[in-house]
Design a protein around this ligand. Sequence first.
Ligand SMILES: *Cc1c(COP(=O)(O)O)cnc(C)c1O
Length: 406
Amino acid sequence: MNVGRTLEADLRQRLQGLDSASLRRVLRELDSPQGPEVIWNGRRLLNFSSNDYLGLAAEPFLVEAGKEALDRFGCGSGASRLVCGSLTPHGELEGALGEWKGTEAALVFSTGYAAAVGTIGALVGEGDVVVLDKLCHASLIDGARLSGAAMRVYPHNQLHRLEAHLEWARRHFPEGRVLVVTEAVFSMDGDRAPLAEIVALKERFGAWLMVDEAHSTGLFGPGGCGLVSAAGVSAQVEVQMGTLSKALGGSGGYVCGSRALVDWLLNRARAFVYSTAPSPVVSAMGLAAVHWIQGNAASARRRQLRENMERLEAGAAGMSGGRKAESAILPLIVGDADRAVAASLRLLESGFWVPAIRYPTVPKGGARLRVTVSAVHSPAMIDQLAEAFSAMGPFSEGEGGQALSH
Ligand SMILES: *Cc1c(COP(=O)(O)O)cnc(C)c1O
């Protein structure tokens, strides 16, 4: 059917398909840094879309750390660190991450996506099993798929189904490695995984656990070091993964764990071995952020974030079905993609940036507005958003309500 058709014609038709399903995405260019307010097309918008939960993306002390590193180390890393050498900021960042998380060692990747894909593929392969929560991020799913291991997916946070998959894995792959993968805070739903219970299960079956703390690191737990630590299971979670691109305001993925884990990954994680190291500039900013996040100023911002989460939770109760804010992410389930897009556009016209999240990021029928709040939103900004929600009225019940209960 596609024989002889040009790539251009093929893509145009496929883009039209996205258009007609309200699934086409476009870029909007901002003429400002990320922050609670952004400038788009000359208009000031209140920004409730970003994962910059502590307001560090344009923080002056981080910008300064970046400038200093730029002067000392330049902008490029040259090659993979195995080929041309590891620069001082890379090693310093890894030392600080390991100390913060209380692990023997750490390894940084260019992105969280690369950390996820590289790590899963290095730990398991054919003859092994990966068991993932249904709502795991695309990077974790892609890592599992690429690894060649058998993949099993359990309904979101349903421990008896995880247990059944672990039994299955032990029956069918008695010699195989078994890796369980979950997020600590789920990126599109904002709820948390029952980490202590998952740890108990994986221990019972002799499986290993990888926890992605993308949306919890820097925000929860002692010194912001995450929910694995808060749950008291650091010693039992073999792979603590996360990113410096969210609460830490910069970019770059990390894995924390044993020395053996890091030594293996730097030999076998293809996303590490075959990719140029992060720029020394972003690694130096990461280092400054990891130091800052353990101090008093960060604790004050985390307190402010918690207050802001509660304010949003109360202000959006009419739209969220009274959902508790377990994180800085509050999903307002709409259901249909076209209605979610329309709601997002209406908010944009009123001066609010709240993204519509659609298939394939979330299941069909589970389209939503994903509201994220940061420590540097003022109470007045959150109240303004709540007023805009009241003016819109609740989304009608239907598929959306079901999607919420997964
Ligand atoms: C954002 C995210 C990643 C990827 O991290 P990047 O640094 O943005 O590549 C991985 N896992 C989860 C759960 C995420 O939300």
